[in-house]
Design a protein around this ligand. Structure first.
Ligand SMILES: Cc1ncc(COP(=O)(O)O)c(C=O)c1O
Length: 493
């Protein structure tokens, strides 16, 4: 059991005070509203320093009164600093406790322990969604329409591949993935995403998650210790970099994409075509500035082009990588165009990184070969393009229906769609006077609707706008109408 003593700081909104420890008398002043004091807090936790362990330690502190009902909890930054853990871990623990009713967070106000809690009292956590069972109406972002997976084409491609495949292809294979797929990808990426690459610079990965892990380990091996991510971005991917030894830094995103002037690390992960989750596209000037930083300062840019195929307004932008193939790593995935279960993604690397990435992929950790070859065949036959074009038309129509439905919500509960006409998700800013993120989530769950909120996705502390992230691609074709009705009902209290 590790016993950690925390001295936490208190801040007036907008300005931070110096760290200090204080006596229990000062804690009492704190509870009565003074913002001047610090707070000593004993937190007992053992095992892995992850968000669920931390959440349990905080629950214990609330239950036994060390954190009193109504009192402010340390800022995520302070707690992360004091514990020596990633801020994202604290943010996720707080989000979890918010969902369970232990903590209250309101926009523009510090997070506090819920008033109704008394020592020893534990609120009923919201019923977790039974694992393995899909929600009734699935609007979680990141999922394509799985019911539209092109089974016939996939089956036909798999048959052709298996029939023609020479026996020696069943050996351990190339750590960069089968040449046939890399050749097909080279042609497709040039044509569809303006990516300049060659088969020998492509690496086929087990999803973008593995791709990011490979990059992080290569960076670590060359002596880099930190990596910038867009703020907000998916914690899951930031965690991968952190688990591979990188310190993760958040860089703000505005209507023009990431703030390039705020980059601090030797590498940065960006989603320039369609920022995830805010949905904005990176302005031309910022793209040029990022490339300039990459070339002049050696900042390694990782371009996560997770949904670049789905732009609906006839203004597609090519990849950043096409502007500087030797300075940008391009990452693409089949998770949005086909299905996440395939676990197939690809990296187009600057020449100098091919060898180090290959070196990280020893021990036969690459596969699944048959699916990779089937994807290559799907690309070559044109069936992949057809499927993407069909899906694009469906997702465009869904997005329009969703926006139309949102316009019809009752006055006084307006939400603000942000971002360009693209992709598989829409992020809405919640009206500050309306229900907060946790209330929207609870309301959604009660109606069988699953969606996501922005809260846990921020990296830096501070007052961020509350928002919900709606993935409109997942519901099956026949279910979209009733699913949309349930979603709109959720958003219209
Ligand atoms: C921002 C972003 N990048 C990349 C991916 C693809 O990840 P993977 O290939 O591991 O499924 C996703 C999938 O949800 C995503 O949301």
């Amino acid at each position: 059991m590790i016993r950690r003593r925390l001295s936490t700081e208190r801040a007036r909104p907008g300005r931070f005070r110096r760290r200090r420890s204080i006596s229990s008398a000062a804690v009492n002043r704190e509870r009565s509203g003074s913002l001047e004091s610090g707070l000593d807090l004993h937190l007992d936790w053992s095992g892995r320093p992850d968000s669920s362990t931390l959440a349990e330690a905080l629950r214990a502190a609330i239950r036994d009164g060390r954190l009193a009902a109504g009192s402010r909890v340390p800022s995520t930054r302070t707690l992360a600093h004091d514990l020596g853990i990633a801020r994202g871990t604290v943010t996720r623990a707080y989000a979890q406790l918010g969902t369970e009713g232990f903590l209250l967070s309101r926009q523009g106000a510090p997070t506090t322990v819920a008033e109704r809690l008394r020592s020893g009292e534990r609120p009923d956590p919201p019923a977790p969604r039974p694992t393995g069972r899909a929600p009734r109406w699935d609007f979680r972002p990141g999922r394509p329409n799985l019911s539209a997976f092109p089974r016939k084409d996939w089956l036909a491609a798999s048959r052709r591949v298996l029939r023609a495949m020479p026996a020696d292809e069943l050996d351990y294979g190339d750590p960069q993935g089968p040449l046939a797929l890399r050749e097909a990808l080279t042609e497709y990426l040039r044509r569809a995403r303006a990516v300049h690459t060659t088969p020998d610079r492509l690496v086929v990965c087990n999803g973008y998650s593995e791709a990011l892990s490979l990059i992080s380990r290569v960076l670590r091996a060359r002596g880099d210790s930190s990596i910038d991510f867009e703020d907000p971005s998916l914690p899951h991917f930031r965690d991968i970099a952190a688990e591979d030894g990188m310190t993760v830094r958040g860089v703000p995103v505005d209507d023009g994409g990431i703030d390039v002037s705020a980059l601090r690390s030797p590498a940065v992960v960006v989603t320039p075509a369609h920022q995830f989750p805010l949905g904005v596209t990176m302005r031309a000037q910022r793209r040029a500035e990022l490339i300039r930083r990459a070339k002049a300062d050696g900042v390694l840019v990782v371009e996560d082009d997770y949904d670049g195929e789905f732009r609906f307004d006839r203004k597609p932008v090519g990849s950043l990588q096409g502007m500087a193939p030797d300075a940008v790593i391009y990452a693409g995935t089949a998770s949005k165009t086909l299905a996440p279960a395939l676990r197939i993604a690809w990296l187009a690397l600057p020449a100098r990184l091919v060898k180090p990435v290959r070196a990280m992929r020893t021990h036969g950790r690459f596969g699944p070969l048959f699916d990779q070859l089937a994807l290559g065949e799907l690309l070559r036959s044109g069936a992949y393009d057809q499927h993407v074009r069909r899906s694009r038309a469906v997702y465009r129509a869904r997005r329009e229906q969703l926006l139309h439905g949102l316009e019809g919500l009752r006055a006084g509960h307006r939400r603000y769609p942000a971002g360009i006409s693209a992709g598989l998700h829409l992020t809405l800013r919640l009206d500050p006077d309306g229900p907060d993120e946790q209330q929207v989530l609870a309301r959604a769950r009660a109606r069988g609707v699953e969606l996501d909120v922005l809260g846990p996705w921020w990296v830096r502390p501070g007052d961020h706008p509350a928002g919900v992230v709606i993935g409109y691609a997942a519901p099956a074709e026949h279910a979209f109408r009733p699913a949309l009705a349930a979603l709109l009902d959720t958003l219209d209290p």
